[in-house]
Design a protein around this ligand. Structure first.
Ligand code: FES
Length: 132
Protein backbone atom coordinates (compact mmCIF):
# COMPACT_ATOMS: atom_id res chain seq x y z
CA UNK A 1 0.00 0.00 0.00
CA UNK A 2 1.42 3.34 -1.00
CA UNK A 3 1.15 6.26 1.35
CA UNK A 4 1.16 9.80 0.17
CA UNK A 5 2.20 12.56 2.51
CA UNK A 6 -0.48 14.95 3.61
CA UNK A 7 -0.57 18.45 2.16
CA UNK A 8 0.61 19.76 5.52
CA UNK A 9 3.56 17.36 5.53
CA UNK A 10 4.53 18.34 2.00
CA UNK A 11 4.38 22.01 2.91
CA UNK A 12 6.32 21.42 6.08
CA UNK A 13 8.96 19.43 4.23
CA UNK A 14 9.48 21.89 1.43
CA UNK A 15 9.54 25.08 3.45
CA UNK A 16 12.40 26.89 5.11
CA UNK A 17 14.17 24.82 7.74
CA UNK A 18 13.05 21.62 6.08
CA UNK A 19 16.13 19.71 7.13
CA UNK A 20 15.35 20.07 10.81
CA UNK A 21 11.65 19.37 10.40
CA UNK A 22 11.73 16.41 8.05
CA UNK A 23 13.10 13.68 10.29
CA UNK A 24 9.61 12.23 10.73
CA UNK A 25 8.26 12.96 7.28
CA UNK A 26 7.11 10.42 4.77
CA UNK A 27 4.55 8.46 6.74
CA UNK A 28 1.85 11.06 6.66
CA UNK A 29 2.00 11.57 10.41
CA UNK A 30 2.75 14.65 12.43
CA UNK A 31 4.40 13.71 15.67
CA UNK A 32 4.75 17.24 16.96
CA UNK A 33 3.45 17.74 20.45
CA UNK A 34 2.55 20.88 22.31
CA UNK A 35 4.03 19.66 25.59
CA UNK A 36 7.13 21.29 27.08
CA UNK A 37 10.08 19.61 28.77
CA UNK A 38 9.38 19.15 32.47
CA UNK A 39 5.63 19.39 31.98
CA UNK A 40 3.58 16.93 34.00
CA UNK A 41 1.75 14.63 31.61
CA UNK A 42 -0.13 12.46 34.09
CA UNK A 43 -0.22 11.09 37.59
CA UNK A 44 1.03 7.53 37.81
CA UNK A 45 -2.25 6.43 39.39
CA UNK A 46 -4.18 7.64 36.34
CA UNK A 47 -2.39 5.23 33.99
CA UNK A 48 -3.87 1.72 34.11
CA UNK A 49 -1.51 -1.27 34.02
CA UNK A 50 -1.46 -2.76 30.48
CA UNK A 51 -3.31 0.36 29.45
CA UNK A 52 -2.66 4.03 29.13
CA UNK A 53 -4.02 7.49 28.65
CA UNK A 54 -4.28 9.49 25.45
CA UNK A 55 -3.50 13.19 25.94
CA UNK A 56 -5.07 14.60 22.80
CA UNK A 57 -4.08 18.22 23.45
CA UNK A 58 -0.43 17.30 23.98
CA UNK A 59 -0.55 14.65 21.19
CA UNK A 60 1.10 12.18 23.55
CA UNK A 61 -0.01 8.79 24.82
CA UNK A 62 1.33 7.57 28.18
CA UNK A 63 1.30 3.83 28.84
CA UNK A 64 2.11 1.46 31.68
CA UNK A 65 2.96 -1.85 29.98
CA UNK A 66 4.04 -3.42 33.29
CA UNK A 67 3.40 -2.32 36.84
CA UNK A 68 5.64 0.65 37.58
CA UNK A 69 7.02 0.89 34.02
CA UNK A 70 5.85 3.99 32.16
CA UNK A 71 6.33 4.87 28.50
CA UNK A 72 5.22 7.72 26.30
CA UNK A 73 4.79 7.98 22.56
CA UNK A 74 3.52 10.40 19.99
CA UNK A 75 -0.26 10.00 19.85
CA UNK A 76 -0.30 10.86 16.15
CA UNK A 77 -0.95 7.69 14.17
CA UNK A 78 1.79 7.07 11.64
CA UNK A 79 -0.76 5.92 9.06
CA UNK A 80 -2.64 9.10 8.22
CA UNK A 81 -2.24 11.29 11.26
CA UNK A 82 -5.31 10.66 13.43
CA UNK A 83 -4.84 10.97 17.17
CA UNK A 84 -4.89 7.45 18.60
CA UNK A 85 -8.11 6.70 20.42
CA UNK A 86 -7.49 4.23 23.20
CA UNK A 87 -5.03 1.98 25.02
CA UNK A 88 -6.14 -1.46 26.12
CA UNK A 89 -4.91 -5.03 26.34
CA UNK A 90 -1.36 -3.88 25.71
CA UNK A 91 -1.99 -1.98 22.50
CA UNK A 92 -2.46 1.65 21.50
CA UNK A 93 -5.36 1.68 19.08
CA UNK A 94 -6.26 4.08 16.28
CA UNK A 95 -9.97 4.13 15.48
CA UNK A 96 -9.54 5.74 12.07
CA UNK A 97 -8.46 2.62 10.18
CA UNK A 98 -7.74 0.09 12.93
CA UNK A 99 -3.97 0.29 13.38
CA UNK A 100 -2.61 -0.98 16.66
CA UNK A 101 0.75 -0.26 18.28
CA UNK A 102 2.45 -2.04 21.16
CA UNK A 103 2.05 -0.14 24.42
CA UNK A 104 5.54 -1.30 25.45
CA UNK A 105 7.54 0.08 22.52
CA UNK A 106 5.19 1.71 20.00
CA UNK A 107 5.86 -0.92 17.33
CA UNK A 108 3.15 -1.79 14.82
CA UNK A 109 1.02 -4.73 15.94
CA UNK A 110 -1.59 -4.37 13.21
CA UNK A 111 -1.69 -2.19 10.08
CA UNK A 112 -2.43 -0.38 7.94
CA UNK A 113 0.25 1.70 9.72
CA UNK A 114 3.75 0.50 8.88
CA UNK A 115 5.85 2.75 11.11
CA UNK A 116 6.01 2.71 14.92
CA UNK A 117 4.83 5.55 17.11
CA UNK A 118 7.88 7.66 18.00
CA UNK A 119 8.79 7.35 21.67
CA UNK A 120 8.87 10.42 23.89
CA UNK A 121 11.38 10.66 26.71
CA UNK A 122 9.78 10.93 30.13
CA UNK A 123 10.80 10.90 33.75
CA UNK A 124 8.80 9.61 36.69
CA UNK A 125 9.21 11.67 39.84
CA UNK A 126 7.17 10.33 42.72
CA UNK A 127 3.64 10.07 41.38
CA UNK A 128 4.25 12.39 38.48
CA UNK A 129 5.01 11.41 34.87
CA UNK A 130 6.81 14.29 33.21
CA UNK A 131 8.18 14.99 29.77
CA UNK A 132 11.99 14.88 29.92
S1 FES B 1 -4.83 7.13 10.71
FE1 FES B 1 -4.58 5.63 12.24
S2 FES B 1 -5.08 3.78 11.23
FE2 FES B 1 -5.27 5.28 9.68
Amino acid sequence: MTQTPSRRTVLRCTGAGAVALCTGCGGGGDDGSSASPGQELARTGDIPIAGGKVLADEKIVVTQPKKGEFKAFSAVCTHQGCIVSDVRDGTIDCACHGSRFAAADGSVVRGPATKPLPEKRITVEGNSVRLA
